[in-house]
Design a protein around this ligand. Sequence first.
Ligand code: SF4
Ligand code: SF4
Length: 536
Amino acid sequence: MEKSDGKTGTVSRRTFLKGVTGAGLTGAVAALTGCKSTGKPAGGTGWTPQQYNVPENWPVQVRGRVPIDTENPSIVRDDKKCILCGQCIEACSKVQSVQGYYELPIKDDITCVNCGQCSLWCPTAAISERDDVDKVIAALKDKNLHVIVQTAPATRVAVGEEFGMPPGSIIEGKMVAALKKMGFDGVFDTNFTADLTIMEEGTELVTRVKNALAGGHGGGEGGHHAPMALPQFTSCSPGWVKFCEYFYPDLLDHMSTCKSPQQMLGALAKTYYAKKKRIDPVKIVSVSIMPCTAKKFEAARPEMNSAGIKNGNAKMIDVDYALTTRELAKMMKIFQIDLTALKDQRYDNIMGEGTGAAVIFGTTGGVMEAAIRSGYFLLTGQNPPELLFNLEPVRGLQGVKKAALNVPGVGELRVAISHGLGNARVLLDQLRDDKKNHREPRFHFIEFMSCPGGCIGGGGQPRTALPPSDAVRQARLDSLYTMDAKIYKKRLSHENKEVQQIYTEFLGKPNSKLAHELLHTKYTDRGSHLTAKKKA
Ligand code: SF4
Ligand code: SF4
């Protein structure tokens, strides 16, 4: 990535600790504890209370740390492990442009977009996700409950790292088998709702573009209350959405109203699936496995209860527990599952089919490429040409990417992609400036992802390199593109049979009234929670 961290190269966790403490790790530990070295390596389990409770022996480069609210739904810090090295500030400030980008004192809550990048940069794992594993295991043990799970695209090329496999190992079938072995009653694929997102978000984009071509008077399939601003922003990365709510609330009418694939599947599990399987939705516990800590925040947003509203119980939320990839690995270890020994299994039907277009949602540029493939179909009625199945300009780890393509009957469609929130500011500041000066929008559609590399580099993914490296991200994203091109049978979201079925049997058509009730959402202006710095 261009502007991710300003660091070069990758170091192991042990080498990093060596640099921070200014001494060989084993020697430093001996000095801090006042014990003789046993000669055994001491890294890997964090620092002990005895080590950090001796102030004169603290690491030489004490630089502070990010503030974390005790109520933060996504991340927690174990103070016993914190060595005040300041690496979390590097991630939060330099990569994500959150810490240091607002004036002190804080007005309301501690500003955090829940991305979890700090947890990937923390050398002692003092910062980690809020652990919900015990709650999920308790639900699995309760025979009165029907516990379903969905797995996000990026988890299937990363969870193997927790079991000694190289970054990017494709582990989809074994992951499904492990979840079934743990006792989940339904194992579904978030790829299903990624394809559904393309239908909903693509239809929304077509409405906005047609409206712009017609002179911008509103109306169209989305109804006259639908937002019409261009460019349309993607909305599936909850860290990005919250960032926009905090720092660019004036641009929220550009945000697609589509919920993320996680939330769409949650809402459908307690309505469509419950109805088809004749299960009382009250008994359904909906779990997601995500590469992302912000998904815990997203699941807890008060408006994410549309299935509950539909079922006459507003307290029922769409997704009960969002676990990270790391928590999934922890669960597998608790269940003593040898992932490598499992035979591949398939996702369950009704919400288990996904296409290659969906699996590349897991990488930067993937949502855009998937949307362009089906957007072309929605605009022209024809499947896209071969070129659009390998859209190089939107691929790769550059911080900001741009592309333009000619769509017959429509004209030039201009798109942009950014990942890592520091990079998002480039496009957002430019748009603000264009609007202020009444210039035409440079783009029709922009994909924003909170984390460097997109979901494959999410804050809930395995800690494989320190700081998180482009080499690891590249290995994971290469595997997703391999799955799209060589493993999945279909590469177009609109060809997903289960997606076609849900429109026929339940939703009607994309952007229908029911689709809006269950699959779309609204946003919160959080600008009043902080005073953004003019120039950080
Ligand atoms: S990165 Fe981890 S160890 Fe370092 S200051 Fe932050 S919380 Fe503490
Ligand atoms: S989760 Fe993200 S926004 Fe929150 S403190 Fe960590 S890096 Fe900063």
